[in-house]
Design a protein around this ligand. Structure first.
Ligand SMILES: *Cc1c(COP(=O)(O)O)cnc(C)c1O
Length: 388
């Protein structure tokens, strides 16, 4: 069968493949320790679920405006003003089927064939594929542990060409767990402004930060920075709402109108009653976020201290999100072989770094209980001892 050319340019999700193999082994009764999850292991907070239930009862079950429920757009704009010092109005917001669709809509609305999109590696695996689907050219800029896997302003500047349209910034980062400090954000903003390119700031892990670190949105740096900034975010990670599929994109009116056209001809509005849950997430108490954060913080300590005790592995302590990104180059294995053998020989599931553009790394999610972390890391230590 001859499929569309664009399909041959994209790679199916490696993370989903490993995850489904691990799940199948688990279903067959095999004792698996899994660190592959890209989502919180908590249930959605009660008050958010009840708001959606109430919306269902009240008959909020019909088509809504493609750009989202007006009240939700208002609450999102308020949140961006209050928490992030980003002066967006409700009309600058489109509610999307998760942060993933918000980025997809953006690529469809902004990227022309041949346009270059700068993506620092390690990257969230969907960024380059979305650029390909839009006909653009991902320009991957490798970073190293020495700079905390963060792109430097000099690297960004060097990657910019006359074809550059967009720079993708993700802080806190999936997969590295790194947060860009405010001074680095300011320096990156200067490069963006000087080159007159767009930056999309993926802030989906904004609430998941440790050690009291600050989150500075690049659009809050200055009026000029704001004029170049598009923000993508969502409810999945902070409020344990991955399956709800509610996210948003914030940007200039012209862009938001264009993405609304894309959405209007593809998915239409996000599930109406799910949007009522998202409203409750924003307008209700934020204690639930703090409770989950505290649990993640404890697990991070256990994860990092156990990983640091395994000789042959390299780790930079993560400061955000719920991932540990580990250098495995001393083991001599590529990440795919490492992940496959670890699953077969020790029944431990994790994600090969190849999925994120770095084949000499693995990603472990600590969105799981402490006992699993302790048992799984003992198995990992065993496995690595047999290699180095
Ligand atoms: C999870 C995630 C998203 C979007 O998730 P949705 O479930 O679509 O809201 C976006 N960016 C990164 C880096 C993520 O890890």
């Amino acid at each position: 069968m001859e499929l569309a050319t664009r399909i041959y340019q994209v790679t199916p999700s490696i993370t989903l493949a490993i995850d489904s193999k691990a799940k199948a082994m688990g279903a067959a009764g095999i004792d698996i320790c899994s660190f592959s999850a890209g989502e919180p292991d908590f249930n959605t907070p009660e008050h958010i679920k009840s708001a959606a239930q109430q919306a269902l009862e009240e008959g909020k079950t019909r088509y809504g405006p493609a750009a989202g429920e007006p009240k939700l757009r208002e609450l999102i704009a308020e949140k961006l003003n209050r928490d992030n010092r980003l002066p967006f109005q409700p009309e600058n917001i489109i509610v999307t089927n998760g942060g993933k669709q918000s980025l997809f809509n953006l690529m469809m609305a902004l990227i022309n064939p041949g346009d270059e999109v700068i993506i620092p590696a390690p990257y969230w695996l969907s960024y380059p594929e979305m650029v390909y689907l839009a006909g653009g050219v991902p320009v991957i800029v490798p970073t190293t542990a020495a700079t905390g896997y963060r792109i430097t302003p000099a690297q960004l500047k060097a990657a910019i060409t006359p074809r550059t349209k967009l720079f993708v910034l993700n802080s806190p980062s999936n997969p590295t767990g790194m947060i860009y400090p405010p001074d680095e954000i300011r320096a990156l903003a200067e490069v963006v402004i000087a080159a007159d390119i767009w930056v999309v700031s993926d802030e989906i892990y904004e609430k998941i930060r440790y050690d009291g670190l600050e989150h500075l949105s690049i659009g809050a740096v200055s009026e000029a920075a704001f004029q170049h900034t598009i923000v993508s975010s969502g409810f999945a990670k902070a409020y344990a709402m991955t399956g709800w599929r509610v996210g948003y994109l914030a940007g200039p009116l012209e862009l938001i109108k264009a993405t609304t056209t894309v959405q209007g001809h593809s998915t239409s509005n996000v599930c109406t009653f799910a949007q009522y849950g998202a409203m409750a997430a924003l307008s209700g108490s934020q204690d639930c976020v703090a409770v989950m954060l505290e649990a993640f913080a404890k697990r991070r300590e256990v994860m990092v201290s156990l990983l640091s005790g395994i000789s042959g592995l390299g780790i930079v302590k993560p400061t955000g999100a719920f991932y540990a990104y580990v250098n495995i180059s001393q083991t001599g294995l590529g990440s795919l072989e490492f992940a496959e053998r670890l699953l077969d020989e020790k029944q431990v599931a994790l994600i090969p770094g190849k999925a994120f553009g770095t084949d000499d790394h693995i990603r472990l999610s600590y969105a799981t209980d402490v006992t699993t972390i302790e048992r799984g890391l003992e198995r990992l230590a065993d496995f690595v001892r047999g290699l180095v």
